[in-house]
Ligand binder design. Sequence first.
Ligand code: PRP
Length: 186
Amino acid sequence: MTVPLPDSVERVLLDEATIAHRVQEMADAISDDYRGIRNEDFLLVGVLKGSFIFLADLARRLTVPHRVDFIAVSSYADSVESSGSVRLMLDTRADVAGRHVLIVEDILDTGYTLHYLYRLFEARGPASLRTAVLLMKPERRKMDVPVHYLGFSIPDVWVVGFGLDYADRFRTLPYIGVLKESVYRE
Ligand code: PRP
C-alpha cells in the first residue's frame, strides 16, 4: 500500500529503507570505534528538536553501552534563513567533563549550530568529542566543523520528515521528503 504524500511535500528524497540502512551503518561504525567503553563514560547528546528520531534509531542500533542526553538551541525560529546567532535554550543534565561525547544532529546546513555546540562542549573538557550528522548540505556551509559520522550529503532543498520540520510540522513523516517551494515562499 502506498501512502499518499502530504500536499506540501513534492517528493521523497530518502525513503524509510534507505534511511534505516544508512543509520545501521553509522551505528556499526560508532559501535566499532567505541568498543569497550563503559556506560557512564559515553554520552550521546541529541540536539533538540530535530534529532529526536535519528537519535532514537541510532541509539537503539548501538551495541556499546551509552547514556542519552539532550540539548536545545535556537537559531532559525520559524523563519527560513539561519540568522547565524545561536542561543542555548536547554542544557544537558549530565556533566560532560571527562566523558566521551557524541553530538547527534539531524542536519548540518550553514554549520552555525554545530559549530556553536562543538565549541561549547570542547570548553567543558570532554575525554573526546565527535559528531554524528544524518544530513549535510555542502552548498550551504558557512562554518567549518568536524563531522565524524555522516549519513547523507543532500542538495540545497528544504527537507522535512524523520525529525526535520517546516514551522514545526512534518517531523514525524517516516521518510525525508522535499517540501514544495511554494510552501516556504508563501
Ligand atoms: C535545525 C537543525 C540544526 C540546525 C542546522 O534546527 O536541527 O540544529 O537547524 O542549521 P545550521 O547548520 O544552519 O545551523 P532548527 O533551528 O530548525 O530547530 P529544530 O531542531 O528544533 O527544528
